[in-house]
Design a protein around this ligand. Structure first.
Ligand code: HDE
Length: 704
């Protein structure tokens, strides 16, 4: 058959040959390369390797007639397409992933045999996936939500998955409660909303009946759940694990990731607006950082402690609603992780990666934390239905990079072709089949377990409020106000008054003042009773390490500055601000009413990075507004320009202005404080841009 098929319109037909738009010849044959459009292109084939002569027209009985069932090329393509999606993760569906490496800088040889924790300077490849929890795969990057922080280390002794979160504690103490917690937070089943939000009745109803969640509630109502960038979050293994050394002794360990760029969060109103301006805010930020060679980096640290030390803690470390304050057990930094490569393919890697907390290597073991124990089952189980086969470990992103071999056989999508007649162990028929390695193989910690069998929660798990109080009291006044306001916001979305009251009742155990602020924010006429608790609240010393503001670094590295200009703006001032920002490490972007550019006072047409309506100030950490008088006048009736400056001020950002910029601020009724500086005082602008103007907040919004 000729390559020139009849479509009934020969002029259109030529255009539809999209693969060769310039009309170069395309003669396909399986597996061969062909010269098309000046490049070497492989032939387009079916999955059986048969070359396609036409990828634009299905086979029809006549040019305008029915499509034929015979068209195996159409069916090959469409059937595969119909099956492109796999079930998304029940939780943590939305994520950003990247490759990188882990490098050990201090050996833990005394504590463990795991080579990844003892071989100094070794670079171990990793794949890290950072996720939100509640939303579906297509949800926005910036809801108020916990971030998952999962790292797969491809060690020489097998894969080790550290599947943590950006918050060091969790909602519940026992894995059997997890399905209820998740059903409560996910969209309500009768109405199918809200997508990815805790601000609704079923979530707070469940929480009000689950006092063990109160410590986690303080964390999720803090700005920890509103990260400025995934590069600016901490990661925590949450549970206690064990390390086992060469003489079989075990030590408890908690794992921590600390971002090199410091911690930073956004303001709630800013977060809401970012969700509208850029639904992929975090994914894009990570993508652009890696593409620019600004590789995200974290320190890896451990808290090590013995059973005897644990026995003296004023809480049970096996309870995942508790953390070990850094002041009690200091962090020891032992390594770093750098993410330096974006995946080639989102589905193949970020979607198909399968983390399981049960993936550990010799020298690392589990504690008895009942939440961890449940997770050891759940993740492997979920991968079986998500990836559809017990052979998911053979998918390249999941396969160990060290040799692996056993007598497991067959199953869906088996990629391996084991040789020989032996598929069992022990055997005497094969010289070279895999055998146990008692000396170096995986050993569990030899611990003695005693006690009564039963569905019993340990008495040591009964204290639900002390660490919640410690967290709240450790925050700066600004952060406390954000927590109180977040509670008012969320509970204001709850329709059932008894649920609002029950939560405020719990807050009374945490901090009476917090309860009062929230009650006032909800316009309660009288304070609800606090629930009965069997465990008195303990006073624990405040831990400044629990703040965000205390851990924010005064730097512009990893941050961005937006300069708003119009026709007639002062080119020299723009250039100097841009240089000052770039020299300080910021990414500087120019925003103008038209994407094609703006004609400066010099007559030069300056290229811009974004159009005003599509690049609001919520996408920047600080702004400069450099306008001619006419420019300021023109923007006076432009709501995107008014919002640009008003939001920057409302989100406590530094603003540099020239005369035109100042005029716009006046039109927008934006105030003037230490964070609003003359564009010629670049030093003052850069200093103000490195932080947020916290004191300004009381002048721009009513906080609880
Ligand atoms: Fe998960 N969790 N989880 N979780 N979790 C999943 O596994 C589960 C918990 C965490 O990027 C699921 O592969 C149970 C704590 C992360 O692919 C599922 C319990 C922590 C990710 C599951 C918990 C986490 C998951 C869904 C209560 C912090 C995303 C898809 C005992 C330490 C990993 C999947 C990725 C994902 C179960 C609680 C972190 C259903 C039963 C605590 C980062 O298996």
């Amino acid at each position: 058959m000729s390559n020139e098929k009849t479509t009934g319109n020969s002029g259109k037909r030529k255009q539809e040959k999209g693969a060769a738009p310039n009309g170069d010849a395309q003669v396909a044959a399986g597996g061969e390369l062909h010269q098309i459009a000046g490049g070497q292109h492989p032939a387009l084939t079916t999955n059986q390797g048969v070359a396609l002569s036409d990828n634009q027209n299905s086979l029809r009985a006549n040019p305008r007639g029915p499509t034929l069932l015979e068209d195996f090329i159409f069916r090959d393509k469409i059937t595969h397409f119909d099956h492109e999606r796999i079930p998304e993760r029940i939780v943590h569906a939305r994520a950003t992933g990247a490759h990188g490496f882990f490098e050990l800088t201090a050996s833990l040889k005394q504590y463990t045999t795991a080579r990844i924790l003892t071989e100094l300077g070794e670079k171990t490849p990793v794949f890290t996936r950072i996720s939100t929890v509640a939303g579906g795969a297509g949800s926005v990057d910036t809801p108020r939500d916990v971030r998952g922080f999962a790292v797969k280390f491809y060690t020489k002794e097998g894969n080790w998955d550290l599947v943590g979160n950006n918050i060091p504690v969790f909602f519940i103490q026992d894995a059997i409660k997890f399905p209820d917690l998740i059903h409560a937070v996910k969209m309500e089943p009768d109405r199918g909303f809200p997508q990815s939000a805790t601000a609704h009745d079923t979530f707070w109803d469940y929480i009000s009946l689950t006092p063990e969640s109160m410590h986690m509630v303080m964390w999720i109502m803090s700005d920890r759940t509103l990260p400025r960038s995934l590069r600016m979050i901490e990661g925590f293994g949450v549970h206690s694990f064990r390390l086992i050394n060469d003489v079989g002794e075990s030590t408890f360990v908690k794992f921590h990731w600390r971002p090199k760029l410091g911690l930073q969060s956004t303001i709630w109103d800013e977060t809401v607006k970012i969700s509208g301006a850029d639904q992929d805010f975090h994914r894009r930020d990570m993508f652009e950082a890696i593409a620019a060679g600004n590789f995200p980096e974290w320190e890896f640290a451990v808290q090590l402690f013995t059973q005897e030390e644990a026995d003296r803690f004023p809480f049970d470390h096996l309870d995942a609603t508790k953390l070990i304050p850094e002041e009690l057990v200091p962090l020891k930094v032992i390594g770093r992780m750098v993410l330096d490569r974006w995946p080639n393919n989102f589905f193949a890697e970020t979607e198909q990666v399968a983390y399981c907390p049960s993936h550990v290597v010799p020298g690392i073991d589990f504690s008895n934390d009942p939440l961890l124990q449940g997770r050891l089952h759940s993740y492997h189980d979920t991968q079986l239905s998500r990836l559809g086969s017990p052979n998911f470990h053979q998918i390249p992103i999941n396969a160990p990079k060290c040799p692996f071999s056993n007598q497991q056989r067959d199953g869906h999508m088996q990629m391996e072709q084991p040789k020989g007649r032996v598929a069992y162990e022990p055997n005497s028929l094969s010289e070279n089949s895999p055998r146990e390695t008692p000396a170096h193989g995986f050993h569990s910690a030899a611990v003695t377990e005693t006690g009564e069998k039963g569905r019993i929660r340990a008495e040591s798990f009964a204290d639900h409020y002390s660490q919640a109080r410690q967290f709240y009291r450790s925050q700066t006044v600004y952060e406390q106000a954000h927590i109180a306001s977040a509670l008012v916001f969320e509970l204001s979305k709850v329709e059932h008054v008894h649920v609002r009251e029950a939560i405020v009742g719990h807050l009374r155990h945490i901090e009476e003042d917090l309860a009062k602020r929230v009650a006032a924010g909800l316009a309660f006429e009288k304070m609800p009773d606090a629930p009965v608790t069997s465990s008195p609240v303990q006073e624990m010393a405040p831990s400044p390490a629990l703040q965000i503001i205390g851990k924010m670094k005064e730097t512009l590295i990893g941050r961005s500055i937006g300069i708003l200009i119009t026709n007639g703006s002062d080119g020299a001032v723009i250039e100097r601000i841009k240089k000052a920002g770039t020299d300080a490490g910021a990414a500087v972007k120019i925003v103008a009413p038209k994407v094609g550019g703006a004609k400066l006072d010099t007559g030069l047409m300056l290229a811009v990075d974004g159009q005003l309506a599509g690049m609001p100030s919520v996408l920047f950490d600080a702004i400069a507004v450099i306008l001619s008088d006419e420019g300021a006048k023109a923007l006076a009736t432009e709501s995107a320009a008014i919002d640009f400056v008003r939001d920057a001020f409302g989100h406590l950002k530094a603003i540099a202005v020239d005369n035109g910029g100042l005029a716009l601020l006046k039109i927008a009724n934006v105030g003037h404080d230490a964070g609003v500086v003359d564009a010629n005082d670049r030093e003052a602008f850069i200093a103000a841009a490195k932080t947020r103007q916290w004191d300004r907040e009381k002048s721009v919004r009513t906080l609880a």
